[in-house]
Design a protein around this ligand. Structure first.
Ligand code: OGA
Ligand code: NI
Length: 356
């Protein structure tokens, strides 16, 4: 199967729709009643775990910190980290250059319009199914690693600071990705370089999707991003500091994440679920929108080298714990999502849909 070359229908920018001040949304964005945001309760105070990663470097706190990460990976698949070593100022600048990008005139953004062949650039839909119900968001997608895929001409030239700020931000995320893989390897009882090696050593993949969720006149009828699990290794999400929207599935509830100041939201992707033989779960999540404020988020995907076979670690397979997944490359795996769009956890099988 080849990647599709073009969109099945003309692309409509959600931001343009939003700016028209209509008071009903087009039918294309109206979700079936069963998946609308109001359904499923949202337990008031629940939040994903918050972990002070600085404890890793303190002899007295190291064990406790490792355990916190381990519990979060097993029980939630989602957690926030603070004291992660990325400068708060850099995080703010990264978010703000992208906010500026999306607030430029449409012609400037259209110069980067993407296609489903690589998805790189300015986009407004995932998946190429004709007639699909769409999500209430636009995005910008770019590659940082492998170096061979990095093409600065596909990164916005404006605002002026964007390329430099995002290159620096990307370096920091890749460093943090390495730290997290080491922690997870140790916690799984593997050698500390196991996951990094399984990801391809220095040849990991790293790509950024900046999500832009415009104000929506009927937020109860639609979603900013439909329920999905992230197909790659691990995701570092920099959320909007002021506007909630991300919801994480916990059994039959949707927990709305309350972002801690300058925290990253970390989540396990499908490839780590496979490598850990489902000890760690890649959990479904979605984004709700609102009528009063736009929202922006930077989702950095830290992925295995795309042509390596990914399979459960031999150390985690035993007669009573058979390998739950066949070996598959990430390239083979993600073709499905790029064709079908975000669709829950259909790829890893219905039996694993529940996060616990
Ligand atoms: C994603 C994602 C969440 C958000 O881009 O995969 O889940 O809050 N984003 O934008
Ligand atoms: Ni996601």
């Amino acid at each position: 199967m080849d990647s599709p070359r073009d969109w099945p229908e003309p692309i409509v920018r959600v931001q343009s729709l939003s700016e028209k001040c209509i008071n009903t949304i087009p039918e294309r964005y109206v979700k079936p009643p069963g998946v609308r945001p109001s359904l499923g309760s949202s337990p008031g105070d629940a939040n994903i775990p918050l972990i002070d990663l600085g404890g890793i470097y303190d002899e007295n706190l190291r064990e406790t910190t490792l355990r916190h990460v381990s519990d979060a990976c097993r029980d939630w698949g989602f957690f926030q980290v603070v004291n992660h070593g990325v400068s708060p100022d850099l995080m703010d600048r990264a978010r703000e250059v992208w906010r500026e990008f999306f607030h430029q005139p449409m012609e400037v953004k259209q110069a980067y319009a993407n296609s489903p062949k690589t998805y790189e650039g300015y986009g407004s839909r995932l998946g190429v199914e004709k007639g699909a119900i769409l999500d209430w968001s636009d995005y910008y997608y770019l590659h940082y690693l492998p170096c061979g895929l990095r093409d600065f001409n596909k990164w916005p030239a404006l605002p002026n600071a964007l390329r430099e700020v995002i290159a620096e931000y990307s370096r920091e995320i890749v460093r943090l990705g390495g730290v997290m893989l080491k922690i997870m390897s140790i916690n799984l009882g593997l050698s500390e370089d196991y996951l990094q090696n399984a990801f391809g050593g220095d040849d990991v993949g790293a790509c950024l999707r900046v999500n832009f969720y415009p104000k929506c006149p009927q937020p109860d009828l639609t979603l900013g991003l439909s329920s999905h699990s992230d197909p790659g290794g691990m995701t570092f999400l920099l959320p909007d500091q002021n506007v909630p929207g991300l919801q994480v599935r916990r059994d039959d509830d949707w927990i709305t994440v309350k972002p801690a100041p300058h925290a990253f939201i970390v989540n396990i992707g499908d490839q780590i679920q496979v490598l850990s033989n489902a000890i760690y779960k890649s959990v479904e999540h979605r984004v709700i929108v609102n009528s009063s404020q736009e929202r922006i988020s930077l989702a950095y995907f830290y992925n295995p080298k795309s042509d390596l076979l990914i399979q459960p670690a031999k150390e985690l397979v035993a007669p009573d714990k058979p390998a739950l997944y066949p070996a598959m490359t990430f390239d083979e795996y993600r073709l499905y999502i790029r064709t079908k769009g975000p669709k829950g956890k259909s790829q890893l099988g219905e039996s694993l849909k529940s996060p616990r």
